[in-house]
Write a protein that binds this ligand. Structure first.
Ligand code: SF4
Length: 180
């Protein structure tokens, strides 16, 4: 099994901006955060398979997160104008998702049996999620849900870890993690 330092080193080679080890026990799904999803200001609630309610109850997510002993939190920063519908911004989200899938693969190849990546935001692998038409997910093996969707207070988590949790008008800071 690789050391966290080796995983962090590989993350950097993938182009991840920042990575550090953290205990997965800090990931606490909260009803308050799930409530923000229900408010549906982003429009993805019940319209994306990587978002609630499709990803299960907070209790189910707690059980899933409880399987992991180690984690690496990841940030991917890219210049982007932060506005809804910006295709460049959407591309940075997909890039981050794909980098996390590569990191998962790397961990599996190097001996980790149980690995789960969590990218940022709702899954953007398809232009329109098939959940909108109640058709099966197009890439069920590649779809992942985010920390936010799992009910995690991401800003609070970043503050706890002494990481940048500010918003910028001209830069996106996607946050995710890989658990193993
Ligand atoms: S892979 Fe496509 S259908 Fe599946 S959750 Fe992502 S956007 Fe939706």
């Amino acid at each position: 099994m690789l050391s966290p330092e080796e995983i962090i080193e590989y993350s950097k080679r993938l182009g991840i901006s920042f990575a550090r080890a953290f205990p997965p026990g800090l990931l606490i799904p909260q009803e308050r955060v799930r409530g923000y999803c229900r408010e549906n200001k982003c429009g993805s609630y019940n319209r994306n398979y990587s978002c609630p309610p499709s990803i299960g109850t907070l209790e189910e997510i707690r059980e899933r997160l409880g399987q992991f002993q180690q984690g690496i939190i990841l940030q991917y920063s890219q210049p982007a104008v932060i506005e809804k519908g910006n295709r460049e911004l959407q591309k940075t989200k997909i890039d981050f998702h794909l980098k996390i899938l590569k990191l998962e693969e790397f961990l599996k190849k190097t001996g980790a049996e149980n690995v789960m990546g969590m990218p940022g935001g709702s899954c953007g692998l398809c232009r329109t999620c098939r959940a909108v038409e109640s058709r099966p997910c197009r890439h069920p093996g590649r779809m992942r849900f985010s920390l936010e969707a799992a009910g995690i207070d991401v800003l609070g988590l970043l503050a706890q870890l002494g990481m940048d949790n500010r918003f910028y008008p001209d830069k996106i800071n996607w946050t995710g993690c890989v658990l193993y």
